[in-house]
Structures are given as structure tokens and as C-alpha cells.
Design a protein around this ligand. Structure first.
Ligand code: UT7
Length: 334
């Protein structure tokens, strides 16, 4: 049986930091409130106005190609999870394809908010499992600062910019994406959304004045649904595959809020030392969070490690994947 193994990880984080102290100057908030309610100390911001999501996504992929010494022409498929594409079209995948010089690749964007990388991973895995593709770049990238209202203290303290990517290749020894479960529930769409800029509310002076081109969320409702949704779906993937907390090397959760992740891990019987957490430094980078965790922990990962990836986001969208890690430490040439 063919599985889609993750065979390399890449990432890109802008250098500029937006700290809690910086936010105290913009809105009525405090470092103490932000840290105790979310676990966040700082986020990265892509300040260069000439650069956007495709730039970060390209950098993450270039790291993969460089480390593995892969020629861009070998890439078959490029999938980008994002809700902050450079523009509505062409897709970010097309821009990344051109930037990389991946002349034999096709690809497209996947809009699933904070579950964007997870949904792209499942999609990419199917292209590998079916024999359609042999090298798939799966990217999670968001420039959240581009849709952030820096006068709204309930949202601007949470989000940051960043991108991560993985390479998927076929494996016949039982390593890779073993199983996954995904969900959407569009009846909750209004709870976390950006209303302006689409075909329902095209940009106009009125939509800009109504601040419709910013992310809006009912934080409390998202919080409750995220705790239940992420824990339920991760538990189902684990039970389906005969896994208990002690079989899991790492839980790789969407970095939404330290308290959401803590509640999820506790439901799954996974102690916090086995949970990848970097929200402290990057905030919530939406589709970027899962591959940015993999990038930060790659050196510690060993062949055969069982990982549970779980995410929850706007849509609502949520899901979990069981991944058996395919290599030791930082991926090298080959
Ligand atoms: O990835 C999916 C996307 N989103 C999420 O995962 C977000 C999920 N939600 C959350 O993480 C949390 O709900 C928040 C961090 C957004 C808010 O935390 P909370 O503990 O749910 O706070 P709250 O909304 O219940 O607000 C409590 C109080 C309110 O004041 P009053 O009404 O009690 O006087 C807020 O006005 O805290 C106030 N508040 C703040 N105070 C200082 C809200 N934001 C801030 C702030 N600084 N930044």
C-alpha cells in the first residue's frame, strides 16, 4: 500500500516582531492579559508592503528544495492552504510555482482557514496514494496582518504572519499519512469570517468604512467549539487506529490558544511535554501553525514516531491526521 510520507519540512518567518508591549501602545490591553488568556508573547509581521503570502510560501519551499537538493522541475503538485492569498486570483499556488520555477507542477489554493494546512495535507496525500503525483509540496501560509484590525483588541493580539511547508513522497513501508478525519459546518461561518472583498460584498467605500475587510470573530464561541471539535476528532482518529495517549510521540495542534490546546491534550491523555507549542513566539499564524510546529521540532523527530495533527478554524473547519514520521532529524539530500 502506498502512503504519503512527509520527507522534508521548510518554513519562513518574517524578522519583524510585534510584542505584547507594542500592542499595549495600540489598544487597551496588557502583556499580563494576553499571556494569561492566550499564551502569546510576540508574533512575526511581514512589514514589507511589496511582499505577501506567496513570498513566505516560496521561501518555505526553497528551504525544502535546498535541503533535499531537489530540482524544482521534479515537483508535480503544489497545494497552498491560505485565507490571505496575494490576490483572489491567480492562486497563490500559481505564484509559488512561478517563483520556484517548478515548470512541471500544477496546483491550487485550499481555503479552510486554520485547518488549511491539514486539509491540504489530506488532499496532497490522496494525489500520492493514487499514483497521480510523486512529489507534492503542501504549504500552510498566511499574512494575517493584512486582514487584522489593529484597533480591535479582541483579535489583533492573537494573529501573526508565517509559512511552513512539507514535501510528500510515496512510501511503501508504512510511514506517512496513515489516516485522517475532516469536517466542515458552514452554519457557523458568521462566527469567524471576513465579510468584505468577495462577490457578496465587493470592495467599496462603504465596505471599507464598515471595516469589512478585517477578520471578525466571536472569540468565546470559537473557543468552546475549538476545544470540543479538536479533541473529539483527534480522539476519533486515535481510537480508529488503536492508539492511546502513550502511543503518541507528539500532538501537533493548531496554535489557537494555549488554553484550547491544554484542554485538547488533557482530553486525549497526552501530557504537555508531548505537545508541540510555539504560540508564545508566533501567535496564531492560521494555516501556518502546523508546519511551523513540525519545522521547530523536526530535529527531535525520529523515524516511526506517531504524530497526531489536529486543527480547528473558521468555516467552521476541523480535522485530525495520524502521521507516522518517516525520517530522523533534519531532512538531508536524497
Ligand atoms: O484559530 C481559530 C481562531 N480563533 C481562536 O481560536 C480564538 C478562540 N478564542 C480565544 O482564544 C479567546 O476567546 C480570546 C483570547 C479571543 C478571548 O479570551 P476570553 O477568555 O474568551 O475573553 P473574553 O472574550 O470572554 O473577554 C473577557 C474580558 C472582556 O471584558 P469584560 O466584558 O469582562 O469587561 C473583554 O472585553 O476581557 C476583555 N478583553 C480584553 N482585555 C484586555 C478582550 N480582549 C482583551 C484584550 N486585552 N486584548
Amino acid at each position: 500500500m502506498i502512503h504519503a510520507a512527509i520527507t522534508a519540512v521548510g518554513h519562513y518567518l518574517p524578522e519583524d516582531r510585534l510584542t505584547n508591549a507594542d500592542l499595549e501602545k495600540l489598544v487597551d490591553t496588557s502583556d499580563e492579559w494576553i499571556q494569561s488568556r492566550t499564551g502569546i508573547k510576540e508574533r512575526r509581521i511581514l512589514r514589507d508592503p511589496t511582499k505577501a503570502t506567496s513570498y513566505m510560501a516560496t521561501k518555505a519551499c526553497e528551504m525544502i528544495l535546498e535541503r533535499r537538493q531537489i530540482n524544482p522541475e521534479e515537483i508535480d503538485t503544489i497545494l497552498v492552504g491560505t485565507v490571505t492569498p496575494d490576490m483572489l486570483f491567480p492562486s497563490t499556488a500559481c505564484l509559488v510555482q512561478a517563483n520556484l520555477g517548478a515548470s512541471n507542477a500544477w496546483g491550487f489554493d485550499i481555503s479552510a482557514a486554520c485547518s488549511g494546512f491539514l486539509f491540504a495535507l489530506t488532499t496532497g496525500a490522496k494525489f500520492i496514494e493514487s499514483g497521480h503525483s510523486r512529489k507534492v509540496l503542501v504549504i500552510g501560509a498566511d499574512k494575517m496582518s493584512s486582514i487584522m484590525d489593529y484597533t480591535d483588541r479582541t483579535t489583533c493580539i492573537i494573529f501573526g504572519d508565517g509559512a511552513g511547508a512539507v514535501l510528500l513522497e510515496p512510501d511503501t513501508d508504512g510511514f506517512g499519512v496513515i489516516d485522517s478525519i475532516e469536517h466542515v459546518d458552514g452554519s457557523y461561518g458568521h462566527i469567524l469570517c471576513m465579510k468584505g472583498g468577495g462577490s457578496l460584498h465587493p470592495p467599496s467605500i462603504a465596505t471599507v468604512e464598515a471595516r469589512m475587510h478585517y477578520l471578525h470573530q466571536d472569540g468565546k464561541s470559537v473557543f468552546k467549539s475549538a476545544v470540543k471539535g479538536m479533541a473529539d476528532v483527534a480522539e476519533r482518529v486515535m481510537i480508529k487506529n488503536g492508539l492511546t495517549g502513550s502511543d503518541i510521540r507528539f500532538l501537533v495542534p493548531h496554535q489557537a490558544n494555549l488554553r484550547i490546546v491544554g484542554a485538547t491534550a488533557s482530553r486525549l491523555g497526552i501530557s504537555m511535554d508531548k505537545v508541540m507549542m510555539n504560540i508564545e513566539y508566533y501567535g496564531n499564524t492560521t494555516a501556518g501553525t502546523l508546519p511551523l510546529c513540525l519545522a521547530d521540532w523536526e530535529e527531535q523527530l525520529r523515524k516511526g514516531d506517531n504524530l497526531i495533527l489536529a486543527a480547528f478554524g473558521g468555516g467552521f473547519t476541523w480535522g485530525a491526521s495520524y502521521v507516522k514520521w518517516a525520517y530522523d532529524g533534519i531532512a538531508g539530500p536524497g
